[in-house]
Design a protein around this ligand. Structure first.
Ligand SMILES: NC(=O)c1ccc[n+]([C@@H]2O[C@H](COP(=O)([O-])OP(=O)(O)OC[C@H]3O[C@@H](n4cnc5c(N)ncnc54)[C@H](OP(=O)(O)O)[C@@H]3O)[C@@H](O)[C@H]2O)c1
Length: 174
């Protein structure tokens, strides 16, 4: 299975000013369009419970998997939980299960805890990072707590007021 990490980051490496902030507050409409198109193309997305709360509903036309230690059992307070798959599996367990079921692609859509665990697991094959023209000074870091990962820049292009970069993990063959 191909694992694709997608994130919008500030120029100082944050993905939000705080954990309740929606990415729609500060990313460009062009990046929102890119995110929608790319994740629809991949077909399945995984995100953390806090990110899901900022969205509030499953992503249309995409299989939406949300990681939560409660496995969704204490999530009745969240609107739009119907159509969401909740899991408390590790990234490796989740990917192994989905692969066995024949899934060929998964988009890793944050937040920081999910990016960090997937990067630490060594499962991520490619990344799409949009750097937006803003500095937050503080906030939620993109990802932390994993060892060095060497990347190859496949493509970069202006997107909205920022820049979209497509990286592959070194050694990964499409
Ligand atoms: N700029 C971007 O591209 C982008 C993308 C995505 C998100 N964000 C932003 O990131 C912020 C949220 O990030 P965050 O790091 O604070 O939170 P998060 O990663 O979205 O969610 C954290 C939650 O995920 C669950 N979780 C994490 N690892 C788990 C595991 N191994 N097993 C089971 N559950 C697990 C836990 O839920 P429970 O507490 O329920 O157990 C945990 O509290 C928001 O502001 C959001 O807008 C930005």
């Amino acid at each position: 299975m191909k694992i694709t990490l997608i994130a919008a980051i500030s120029a100082d490496g944050k993905i939000a000013q705080n954990a309740k902030q929606s990415s729609l507050d500060w990313t460009s409409k062009e990046d929102t369009r890119f995110f929608a198109d790319k994740t629809k193309d991949i077909g399945a997305v995984v995100m953390g419970r806090k990110t899901f709360e900022t969205i509030g509903r499953p992503l249309k036309d995409r299989r939406t998997i949300v990681m939560s230690s409660t496995g969704g059992s204490e999530t009745e307070k969240f609107e739009g939980r119907d159509g969401v798959e909740w899991t408390r599996e590790t990234p490796a367990e989740l990917v192994a299960r989905l692969s066995l079921k024949g899934l060929t692609g998964l988009a890793v859509c944050g937040g920081s805890t999910i990016y960090s665990q997937f990067l630490e697991s060594g499962l991520v094959n490619e990344l799409f990072l949009t750097v937006e023209p803003v500095l937050f000074g503080e906030g939620v870091p993109f990802a932390t707590g994993f060892g060095r990962i060497d990347l190859k820049l496949v493509e970069s292009k202006p997107l909205g007021g920022g820049i979209l970069m497509h990286f592959e993990r070194t050694g990964y063959k499409m």
